[in-house]
Design a binder for this molecule. Structure first.
Ligand code: 5GP
Length: 187
């Protein structure tokens, strides 16, 4: 059976904006969607599963994949390396799935350069105050990490207009519906 190639979707939003929660809903609501599982050198947070949330690998392993051109993009974020495995994404696209790359802006810009037609969506917090409250509420990071991530968020927000679409996450279901509308309109 032959499939129409799927759509690659660049999906970015600063940490704490709720993009993971939106993503879970998207996966539940639309069986054409797959999430690319990234490689990272970051330590797993509690409850994170190797192969599901990320492939947790060492710096040496990460750099070996990068040297072999095994990533669509890769970037350093808060002192950890993150990369999108090329083969996995290409296979899912060939199978006809719409593949979401949930990545930060430096990687996002690399993807836009390589795939000018990529569907790009930036998830915005209702405000920076709300973002900080959410990061604190998550309770998984230390103060210094929160401060670092807020600084990073302000930097990342500068790039929101490089993305074709911006979706404000003030209400989960509304944000999910908006992303699905954008995806379905684009096909
Ligand atoms: P976290 O450590 O909170 O899971 O992720 C930190 C940031 O890295 C988030 O913005 C997340 O979207 C991004 N990220 C996750 N995987 C990748 C990847 O493969 N490449 C890039 N460039 N960023 C990623």
């Amino acid at each position: 059976m032959t499939h129409k190639k799927g759509q690659m979707v660049l999906y970015t939003g600063c940490s704490g904006v709720g993009k993971g929660t939106i993503m879970k809903e998207l996966l539940k609501r639309d069986p054409s969607i797959r999430l690319s599982v990234s490689n990272t050198t970051r330590e797993p947070r509690e409850g994170e599963i190797h192969g599901v949330h990320y492939n947790f690998i060492t710096r040496e392993e990460f750099l070996a994949v990068a040297d072999a051109d095994g990533y669509i993009e890769h970037a350093e974020y808060c002192k950890n390396l993150y990369g999108t495995p090329r083969k996995q994404v290409e296979e899912m696209l060939d199978e006809g799935f719409n593949v979401f790359l949930e990545i930060e802006v430096k990687g996002g810009l690399q993807v836009m350069e390589q795939y000018p037609d990529v569907l790009s969506i930036f998830i915005l917090p209702p405000s920076l105050e709300e973002l900080e409250a959410r990061l604190r509420g998550r309770g998984t990071e230390e103060e210094s990490v929160i401060a670092e991530r807020m600084k990073q968020a302000v930097e990342e927000l500068k790039y929101k207009d490089k993305y074709r679409y911006q979706v404000v996450n003030d209400d989960l279901q509304k944000a999910v519906n908006e992303v699905l509308d954008i995806l379905h309109r684009y096909q």
